[in-house]
Design a protein around this ligand. Structure first.
Ligand SMILES: [Mg+2]
Length: 277
């Protein structure tokens, strides 16, 4: 689909009017590695000050919710556990809903503890499913065991489809790349729970307690953030601070409702349209 310039003042008014809450991707949207992206701090402080509900919703399942609260707070962003939604949180909801309580879990030790704290029992002893996360402690033994269990026919889940994670030194292999490796080895693909899928979308609506059309979802990635917004009725805001360049939109099937250069740019547009006084 050809790219046509969208962000004019008139378009802002049509797009952002009626927004009563915002949800933000993190990597490439709010920060990159240890560095806040332009305008992030001012915008979040303004939302907090004005009492506009906001949420951080990340696919990155390498860290715990508490870990995100700590790192966001260290950057000066007002955050508590209720304002952080990770694809691990969505996975816990799915496991509870489906009665799968004993996954073979590929995850960092902290994340494994977080699952245990929420009543899930990760195990290598007669597991009832396989759950793949952004496991920064992935080993060949874990991959081999996961491959065996997937080939045996156990339900196979993954927290998110992102192929790479942005870092200050460039992209690094993420959960979607692990999915591709295991797909080559087993022929099987998992049920994916994070963005752009319905499990994450409904969890965002539930956390903000408002209908999707009232929520602006802000992210930097077309095939997760923008696609989720489009598929599930959020107002999709693409920020150009991360992965996506304007020329990528020429060949993208996923079209945002609004494109902003930075969160500073979004902040100004929210003020112009009265979402922020
Ligand atoms: Mg991102």
């Amino acid at each position: 689909m050809p790219y046509t310039p969208r962000p004019t003042a008139a378009t802002d008014a049509a797009t952002l009017t009626g927004i009563t809450g915002l949800a933000f991707d993190l990597d490439g949207t709010v920060y990159l590695g240890p560095t806040l992206l332009p305008g992030a701090l001012d915008l979040i402080m303004a939302l907090a000050g004005a009492g506009v509900p906001y949420l951080f919703a990340t696919n990155n399942s390498s860290k715990t919710g508490a870990g995100y609260v700590n790192s966001l707070s260290a950057l000066g962003l007002p955050a508590d556990r209720d304002r952080v939604l990770t694809s691990n949180d969505v996975a816990v909801l799915h496991l509870r809903r489906t009665g799968l309580q004993r996954p073979f879990l590929l995850a960092t030790p902290d994340v494994e503890d977080e699952y245990r704290d929420q009543g899930i029992e990760p195990t290598d002893d007669d597991p009832d499913s396989v759950l793949l996360t952004f496991d920064l402690t992935l080993t060949y033994d874990k991959l081999r065991r996961a491959s065996d269990l997937i080939r045996s026919g156990l339900p196979y889940l993954a927290t998110h489809p992102d192929l790479v994670c942005p870092t200050p030194n460039g992209p690094i292999p993420d959960c979607g790349s692990f999915i591709a490796l295991l797909a080559e080895a087993t022929g099987a693909r998992p049920l994916v729970l994070g963005k752009p899928h319905a499990s994450m979308a409904s969890a965002i609506g539930d956390r903000l307690d408002m209908p999707a059309e009232r929520v602006a979802y802000v992210g930097d990635r077309l095939y997760t953030d923008v696609r989720m917004a489009a598929d599930h009725g959020f107002v999709g805001v693409l920020t150009l601070t991360g992965e996506t360049r304007r020329e990528h939109l020429d060949s993208s099937p996923h079209v945002p409702d609004l494109i902003v250069e930075t969160l500073e740019d979004l902040h100004q547009r929210l003020r112009r349209t009265g979402v922020l006084a």
